[in-house]
Design a protein around this ligand. Structure first.
Ligand SMILES: Cc1cc2nc3c(=O)[nH]c(=O)nc-3n(C[C@H](O)[C@H](O)[C@H](O)COP(=O)(O)OP(=O)(O)OC[C@H]3O[C@@H](n4cnc5c(N)ncnc54)[C@H](O)[C@@H]3O)c2cc1C
Length: 458
């Protein structure tokens, strides 16, 4: 049950009222004139959290500035499909600037936050201006910079593994196929180059393996029939099973399907080192590969690491917030003034939630609502605590099948197979953001079904 409090009545925090927040903000704002009644909000990041927040916020009341090294939002659940050509890259992206004329956007990294003076220090990420520093002052700051892929300090992963985190990663993966399939190699070399290894048996690793398997069995088998005997795929995970966060029956279902399709699942395996074309696996020794996709866990964004005054979760090192998403101060003295955090880079104290798009999006929607109401209703705005509504999870498992686990919504709602696949596709299509992508995605699905994946643009 949500508790409802007023901004005026918030106890035990250094910033108690909206009036105080604004007074402080105006005091610190020396370099610009406030053209919007609620001042300037700087949003760091254009991912699931930052993009949703920016889209929902009333630009009539707030001056919105977005800082992000990429000028687009990536619809990550479709990245695996784009990496093998089931969908075109543009189906999984939305331009930051496409959503409003009233948003100020800077293609840059934020490197440091000066909490005292309410200023962020940034460096440009534009090709012809890379590294140029600039500063921006804020009245409110939203940290939604996501996380990095965790390599757990395993040597060679960063250098030789491929990560599915951004469109650029998906592009690299597509380019590797042509390389792996080049002719003129001995049988042994072919088998080594055509060994596709995926490390990480969570939903992302499973979906990528499934898309890759579809690509190999539906397209490469047609284009390179002579290479099929040399092609194999292995999915490694240190855990005892894949899709460990799903209902047990669904995890077992996916495992059976993978085995039937010839995807080797090696659970309980620890990768010790990755070299240019081989990995060392505890108990298995040296395993040659042509392509290695790394999809295990998350590691903190360097910006979060640099926030010395913020309280962080001891285990995940994410920024710790209260249930109003305000960043907590390290010394236990309440919150950092005017700083909020959401998405993969943050967690709520005593209420840890998974690092998923679903959580990021719900937090962004919550905070957008709070800010919009505050602009409309003023100081007496009632602010409920954030509460998460788990809508379940789903994963594509290849060959037009998926697993959908909606048991958090209804205890019998779990399904594996073609019906689940239909649900999976419908859900992602309805979640895609723009009208343009709502048209493009089914069009590319249809084209792929009709005439195979387009590998000319690798
Ligand atoms: C391949 C893949 C598939 C996934 N599938 C699902 C799924 O099906 N369902 C689900 O719920 N979740 C899924 N996830 C997880 C989901 O994508 C993340 O939980 C979600 O992206 C988190 O949103 P975010 O806004 O916190 O971070 P992100 O979406 O990662 O966005 C972070 C943003 O911050 C920017 N940034 C980084 N550093 C800085 C900086 N210093 N200054 C300014 N900007 C910065 C980045 O460029 C980016 O724009 C998937 C993830 C991946 C990688």
């Amino acid at each position: 049950m949500n508790t409802v409090k007023t901004l005026l009545n918030k106890p035990t925090t250094p910033v108690r009222t909206l009036a105080e927040l604004n007074a402080r903000a105006v005091h610190n704002t020396k370099t610009r004139t406030l053209t919007h009644s609620q001042g300037r909000i700087v949003v760091l990041g254009s991912g699931w959290a930052g993009f949703k927040f920016m889209k929902d916020l009333s630009r009539k009341d707030y001056e919105v500035t977005v800082v992000s090294p990429r000028n687009y939002f990536v619809f990550t659940p479709l990245l695996a499909s784009t990496s093998v050509g089931t969908l075109e890259f543009r189906c999984a992206t939305e331009p930051v600037r496409g959503y409003s004329h009233n948003i100020d956007y800077h293609q840059a990294w934020c490197d440091k936050i000066d909490i005292e003076n309410q200023v962020v220090h940034c460096t440009s990420n534009l090709d012809d201006n890379k590294g140029s520093p600039f500063t921006l002052d804020y009245d409110k700051l939203i940290i939604s910079v996501g996380s990095y892929s965790n390599t757990f300090g395993i040597p060679g992963v960063k250098e030789h593994g491929l990560f599915l985190k951004d469109i650029q990663d998906a592009r690299k993966i597509r380019a590797r196929f042509e390389y792996a399939a080049q002719p003129g190699l001995s049988d042994k070399e072919k088998s080594e180059k055509l060994h596709f290894a995926v490390v990480g048996g969570g939903p992302t690793g499973v979906e990528f393996s499934s898309e890759l398997h579809d690509f190999i069995s539906e397209d490469l088998s047609r284009l390179y029939p002579q290479l099929m005997a040399h092609t194999r795929m292995t999915l490694y995970d240190v855990a005892p099973q894949i899709l460990g966060t799903f209902d047990q029956n669904l995890s077992a279902y996916a495992t059976r399907k993978f085995a039937r399709r010839g995807i080797q699942i090696k659970t309980g395996r620890q990768v010790l080192e990755v070299m240019k074309d081989r990995l060392i696996v505890k108990d298995d020794g040296e395993v040659p590969f042509g392509m290695l996709v790394w999809s295990t866990g998350l590691m903190q964004n360097p910006l979060v690491e640099s926030c010395q005054n913020a309280l962080k979760d001891a285990h995940s090192h994410r920024l710790m917030t209260d249930s109003y998403l305000r960043v907590l101060a390290k010394d236990g003295q309440g919150v950092l003034p005017n700083i909020y955090a959401m998405g993969d880079c943050a967690t709520i104290k005593d209420h840890d939630l998974p690092a998923t798009a679903q959580v990021a999006q719900q937090k962004a929607q919550y905070l957008g609502d709070v800010f919009n109401k505050a602009a409309k209703n003023g100081l007496d705005t009632e602010v409920p605590e954030f509460s998460f509504h788990n809508r379940g999870s789903m994963a594509y498992i290849g060959s037009w099948e998926a697993v959908v686990d909606m048991t958090p919504v209804h205890k019998k709602a779990s399904e594996g197979g073609h019906l689940a696949w239909f649900f999976w596709r419908s859900a992602y299509l309805s979640m895609s953001v723009s009208f343009r992508n709502k048209m493009l995605i089914p069009m590319f699905w249809f084209l792929t079904w009709m005439s195979g994946r387009d590998i000319t643009k690798f």
